[in-house]
Ligand binder design. Structure first.
Ligand code: NAD
Ligand code: UDP
Length: 310
């Protein structure tokens, strides 16, 4: 089986690639290193079943030979990254999605799209089930990401309905772990990095907004199951850990776990920062027989250890 993974040099892509290789797949990885790094995949270059193509998926994609599965992960995922690259973000999750879907149609591949909990926007329903349509500001600073993901989901479903393509959509909730960039701006790497340096931890707004954090190993397992199980054509599935926590509690926990002398500094709230976010994962349990196994405590321990080793 040959799988194409776009965004392979990123945080999730590099871990998912390892899993496919472990399971005996041949992986073609594609990345332009916008927010990923060759360091994340350098250890895979000696593997005969791994082939890397340095490429921007916004352009027409040509692959020689068969492709059984396409997993489209390429896209900046951190709010800081996608706000720094607003147009690129919109291109990679419109033109990039179109190109990868076109390739999947040509090669008769299965197609998995990495969507996001951001399609729910500032959700008015809690926790968020897949049949909630969301509450998104279409022109705010986060819209470049939210609307591109929503457009991509619609495009996936159009290819499914018009061409019978076997598409599956993963709505990924906040995921963390080793290989996140220290300075990617997402909350866990930022707070861990600051705590380890005994510098103040920045918390936006009152810190009472919530997130639910999934450890990378659990996310990879969910994405792998979504990719290989039969009879999931056209399904949209939330993947995330329903253990919800406020950002203030998270900051305090990170200070405690790193024995840090850092204080917490409150900064003005980010525009359109969702107030509460927590996945309803009943569908993932039912269709994938999947639920996260790693608690926030355990996941943070491994992540802190990794950041200490950098
Ligand atoms: P990441 O930024 O670490 O990885 C994205 C990768 O895509 C990077 O290696 C980057 O260089 C690559 N890329 C960007 N534009 C590209 C282009 N035009 N052509 C080729 N490669 C390109 O982010 P991540 O956390 O690994 O996220 C991966 C996917 O999962 C993204 O689609 C993201 O939207 C989705 N997602 C992630 C989370 C999360 O919490 N990590 C949550 C929801 C959704
Ligand atoms: N956040 C914070 N300090 C930081 C980074 C983020 O308080 O240094 C908050 C942010 O305002 C949001 C939450 O943490 O409420 C998660 O932010 P992140 O950028 O990780 O991703 P998001 O879930 O917003 O996409």
């Amino acid at each position: 089986m040959r799988v194409l993974i776009t965004g392979v040099a990123g945080f999730i892509g590099s871990h998912l690639c390892e899993r496919f290789l472990e399971e005996g797949f041949y992986v073609i990885g594609m990345d332009n290193f916008l927010t990923g790094s060759p360091d994340n995949i350098a250890h895979l270059f000696g593997n005969k079943r791994f082939h890397f193509i340095h490429y921007n998926v916004v352009n027409y994609i040509y692959i020689d030979g068969p492709v059984d599965l396409v997993v489209h992960l390429a896209c900046p995922a951190s709010p800081v990254d996608y706000m720094n690259h607003p147009i690129h973000t919109m291109k990679v999750d419109s033109l990039g999605t179109l190109n990868t879907l076109g390739l999947a149609k040509l090669k008769k591949s299965r197609y998995v799209f990495a969507s996001s909990s951001e399609v729910y926007g500032s959700a008015q329903v809690h926790p968020q089930p897949e049949d909630y349509w969301g509450y998104v500001n279409p022109t705010g600073p986060r819209s470049v990401y939210d609307e591109a993901k929503r457009f991509s989901e619609a495009l996936c479903m159009a290819y499914h309905r018009e061409h019978g393509l076997d598409v599956r959509i993963a709505r990924i909730f906040n995921t963390y772990g080793p290989r996140m960039r220290k300075k990617d701006g997402r909350v866990i790497p930022t707070l861990v990095e600051k705590a380890l340096k005994h510098e103040p931890l920045p918390v936006y707004g009152d810190g009472l907004q919530t997130r639910s954090f999934c450890y990378i190993e659990d996310m990879v397992d969910g994405l792998f199951r979504l990719s290989v199980r039969e009879n999931l054509e056209g399904e949209v599935i939330n993947l995330g850990n329903p253990q919800e926590i406020t950002i203030l509690e998270l900051a305090k926990e990170i200070i405690r776990m790193t024995n840090s002398s850092s204080d917490i500094v409150f900064l003005p709230p980010r525009p359109d920062d969702p107030r509460r976010r927590c996945p309803d994962i009943k569908k993932a349990k039912r269709l994938l027989d999947w639920s996260p196994r790693i608690s926030l405590q355990e996941g943070l321990e491994s992540t802190i250890k990794w950041f200490k080793g950098l």
